[in-house]
Design a protein around this ligand. Structure first.
Ligand SMILES: [Zn+2]
Length: 213
């Protein structure tokens, strides 16, 4: 099943025994013995035989899923340095679903901070070690967020930031939504850049620009 969800659609998970009422249109129900997963309000839903998945107009364009085991560090490095991608800015690449599937806006900021990559640098501007760091961060930070339900820092760090009075939208991250705060590594002030309508938070001291501008 393919469905393209943007901001309006909603997924819910409930026990089968719970009666669910909603003013939204119910579009999909997936049931197990205990639970029901529902998709509400979605308009873009396709059922595709597995053998035809690769021909789907959207699916055939998307890159590898970072969380998939078959997506190795070597594959990520290869793609970063490939002709199609190596002259694109980091800020663009990290949201380009043809590069890798599944990276969203907070992961973009968190991955680039973890790898110490400036958002306007391109793979072309970096040396081998920096590319390796970046590839590692793409995989590791995405995995961490997946395992923890959206945290991109360790629990002890999140607890520390929480104790300092930060709200959940910032204490679970290292830079994203922390633009009022100090960098956890160097104490510089986290800054915000806008790319289109999407924000990117970064540390100007840790993420030095390598490209000559
Ligand atoms: Zn810093």
């Amino acid at each position: 099943m393919y469905s393209h969800n943007e901001l309006y659609e909603r997924w819910t998970v409930n026990l089968n025994t719970k009666r669910v009422k909603s003013a939204r249109a119910r579009r999909v129900v997936l049931k197990t013995k205990k639970h029901a997963v529902r998709l509400w309000s979605a308009t873009d839903i396709d059922l595709i035989p597995t053998s035809e998945e690769d021909e789907h107009p959207f699916l055939k364009k998307i890159g590898p899923d970072v969380l998939n085991e078959s997506c190795s560090f070597e594959l990520i490095e290869e793609r970063l340095t490939s002709k199609n991608f190596h002259k694109k800015k980091a800020s663009t690449l990290m949201l380009d679903q043809t590069f890798f599937a599944g990276l969203g806006n907070y992961l973009r900021s968190e991955i680039l901070f973890d790898a110490k990559i400036h958002p306007d640098d391109r793979p072309y501007d970096l040396d081998k070690t920096e590319i390796t760091e970046w590839a590692n961060s793409i995989k590791n930070i995405s995995h961490l967020a997946y395992k923890t339900g959206g945290f991109t820092v360790s629990k002890s760090l999140a607890d520390k930031n929480k104790a300092n009075g930060e709200s959940k939208r910032s204490y679970r991250h290292a830079v994203f939504m922390r633009n009022k705060y100090e960098c956890l590594d160097c104490k510089s002030r986290i800054e915000r850049k806008w790319y289109g309508k999407r924000k990117l938070d970064y540390c100007p001291s840790c993420q030095i620009q390598r490209a000559k501008v």
